[in-house]
Structure formats: structure tokens, C-alpha cells
Ligand binder design. Structure first.
Ligand code: NAD
Length: 340
């Protein structure tokens, strides 16, 4: 799983330069990657990032409406022979307007030796997988003995976060969940509850979740103006906060006063700052998540530290997971071979 197939192996299954494989969402889901595989692949990608062994320019994008973005996310991770680009959209009102996901997208994977595209795949599943993997890998390093995990937002991301959390935090005893739409929290509990051996407690009160949990994560909406649902005075020393929704859900004062403000990519966060997503300014960055995973920067050095670790999503993780999906798909005859 960890070693990508070599070019000759690929060429025996695909006429590189003349064909590519098209993988639907179902193909990606059914290709055989487990959540433990995803954790390992994501850890490898973060480690490569932390060591500086990658190329990944900050996202460029277009913004047809307020609070909507499309991002082009290219990356190359040499150790994984993984090169490609994800083209991802975020439309926060999609669920209510069209009954469609907020986040959809496609990923193009290339043959690094010739540059030829070798796959086009749906990027929804890999995004839903690698995002919680980053969160829980960070939580594992920053708060290894955590007994409580709180999840804000019970949609696609929230649901997967609750599935992933016990894998990286084996000391967990309880998980709290909150969603503005109660039915979303109910759905999460109904689906994930039977899969994990932990109580999942629904709370209508964000404050209760904050005050009950050591590790907290949010995956709600990303918008320029912070919602500041969680107030600064609810948060206490020693907690670890892992937003996937940038600067939206938490009072920005929390990240500013945190003992450590860690981000997956300083470049990406600076870009969002330039686009107006940090109206109070980007807090000083202590380190990047990959540097913590690679052991190149310290994470938590005292139990009393308040740590905020914001992971907005990195293409290095996408292309590494996509490369594994591609190899498995070729091996198992999944997907449709199309002429270029
Ligand atoms: N960091 C990353 O790498 C990454 C990757 C993918 C998605 N995201 C972001 O994660 C967020 C969630 O994505 P998703 O695909 O799970 O969306 P989703 O629509 O499936 O779920 C979002 C959930 O958040 C809830 N919610 C919205 N506002 C809320 C509020 N104020 N309080 C409580 N709950 C609220 C919604 O009711 C919904 O159930 C989005 O902002 C998305 O852009 C981040």
C-alpha cells in the first residue's frame, strides 16, 4: 500500500499517453482502501510536507459568488510518485438550495515521468477521507491521551471525523456532537453509533460541548465573516481545537491567544488572509502540521497549553491518496478506460 507501483506495472495495464482511467465516486469508495490505509497515506503525505519534500503552490481559485470558491490544488510528492491536481468547489448553500453536497470536485492524476494524465477521478470521497485523517493525526500528536472529542457539524466531514477519531485516539471514552440542524446529529449517531464502541452524545448547546471535551473539531461552513459561535470565555487551558472550517466557527480571539497556532499550510492560510477570511488578521503561526508529524517542530510541551491547529486542506494529501486509489483501481480492474 505504501509503495506506489512503478511505471512499467502501470504501462502493462494502461496505454500511457493514449488512455486514462475514469473513476466514479463509487469506484473510489469500493476500490478497497481502508480508513487505516488512509491514515497511513495521509501521515506519509504530511511527513513529506513537514520535511519540505513536495511542491504545492497555494491554491488559486475563482469566486463567482460571495462565500463560494473553486480552488485549483496541484501537488507533487516525489516519494509517492504522486503528481496531479484537484479542482474543488465549495458552495455552502448547496445542501439547502439543491440538496447537493457543499464540496464536490475532480482530481486529475498524471504520470510523473511523461506528464501524461492517467486518471480522472471524483474527488469527493478522497476529500471526505483525508480531511478527518489530518485532523486525527494532528490530535494524536497534540493530545495523545484525550478521553473526550467534540464535533461541531455533523455533515459529510463531521460523520467521517467521528469514524476516524477513535482510530487515532484510543483513550477516547465519549464523543459529543452538535449541529445547527438536529436531524444531522441524529443521522450521524444512527449511522456511526453502531460502528464504534463509544457513546456519542448529542448536544444542542455548543457551550456544553466545549466545556465537556478536551479535543474539539469543527466542520460547518467557511465564510469570510466569522460566525464566532464558540465564545472565547468558554475555552480553557489545555484544550486542543482543530478547525476544518478555517476562521468561521470560533471567536477569532481564541486562535490569537492560543499558546500555539499551528496550520497545515502557512501559504494557504496567508492566501485566505489576503482574500479576507481573517478580518482580524492571521495569528502568528507556530509551525505547520506536517512539521509536527515529521517531528521537526514541537507540538504540545505542557498540558496547560491551549492549542489551535487549523487544517484547511492540502493537495499533497489528495495526490498521495489519489495515487493509491489509482494503483488499486488498475490492479482490480475498477473504473472505465477512456481514450485521451
Ligand atoms: N479543511 C479541509 O480540508 C476541508 C475539506 C472538505 C471540507 N471542508 C469544510 O468543512 C465544512 C463541512 O463540510 P461538509 O462537506 O461536511 O459539509 P456538510 O454540508 O455535509 O456538513 C456541514 C454541517 O455543518 C452544519 N452547520 C452549518 N453551520 C452550522 C453552525 N453554525 N453550527 C452548527 N452546525 C452548523 C450543517 O447543518 C451541516 O450538517 C465546510 O466548511 C467545508 O468547506 C474542509
Amino acid at each position: 500500500m505504501n509503495r506506489p507501483k512503478d511505471r512499467r506495472w502501470v504501462a502493462e495495464r494502461l496505454d500511457i499517453g493514449r488512455e486514462l482511467v475514469y473513476l466514479t465516486r463509487a469506484d473510489c469508495t469500493e476500490v478497497g482502501l481502508t480508513r487505516d490505509d488512509i491514515l497511513q497515506l495521509t501521515e506519509d503525505a504530511l511527513t513529506a510536507h513537514g520535511r519540505g519534500e513536495y511542491e504545492m503552490p497555494a491554491k488559486i481559485g475563482v469566486h463567482p459568488y460571495e462565500d463560494v470558491f473553486y480552488h485549483a490544488m496541484p501537488a507533487h510528492v516525489p516519494a509517492k510518485s504522486a503528481v496531479g491536481m484537484k479542482w474543488i468547489e465549495c458552495y455552502p448553500k448547496n445542501p439547502s438550495r439543491f440538496d447537493l453536497p457543499q464540496t464536490t470536485g475532480l482530481l486529475i492524476l498524471n504520470d510523473v515521468e511523461s506528464g501524461c494524465p492517467v486518471a480522472i477521478m471524483d474527488a469527493t470521497w478522497l476529500t471526505a477521507m483525508r480531511t478527518p485523517a489530518v485532523t486525527v493525526l494532528a490530535a494524536e500528536r497534540l493530545h495523545p491521551g484525550a478521553e473526550t472529542f467534540g464535533m461541531f457539524g455533523c455533515g459529510v466531514q463531521g460523520t467521517e471525523h467521528v469514524r476516524f477519531a477513535p482510530r487515532a485516539l484510543p483513550g477516547l471514552r465519549r464523543i459529543y456532537v452538535h449541529d445547527a440542524v438536529e436531524a444531522a446529529a441524529d443521522r450521524l449517531i444512527e449511522t456511526v453509533g453502531p460502528e464504534i464502541d463509544l457513546p456519542i452524545i448529542k448536544s444542542d448547546e455548543p457551550r456544553e460541548v466545549v466545556e465537556s471535551c478536551a479535543v474539539l473539531c469543527s466542520a460547518t461552513v467557511i465564510q469570510r465573516k466569522p460566525l464566532s459561535v464558540v465564545r472565547d470565555d468558554w475555552v480553557s487551558a489545555g484544550q486542543t481545537i482543530l478547525p476544518c472550517d478555517l476562521n468561521t466557527f470560533w471567536d477569532p480571539a481564541i486562535a490569537r491567544r492560543a499558546d500555539r497556532y499551528i496550520v497545515d499550510s502557512a501559504d494557504e492560510h496567508r492566501l485566505f488572509d489576503e482574500m479576507g477570511y481573517f478580518p482580524d488578521g492571521l495569528p502568528p503561526v507556530h509551525a505547520e502540521t506536517g512539521e509536527i508529524i515529521a517531528g521537526r517542530a514541537d507540538g504540545r510541551t505542557s498540558p496547560d497549553q491551549l492549542i489551535v491547529c487549523s487544517n484547511i486542506g492540502m493537495a499533497v494529501c489528495d495526490v498521495v491518496v489519489a495515487r493509491a486509489i489509482f494503483d488499486l483501481a488498475l490492479d482490480r480492474g475498477k473504473g472505465r478506460i477512456l481514450p485521451l
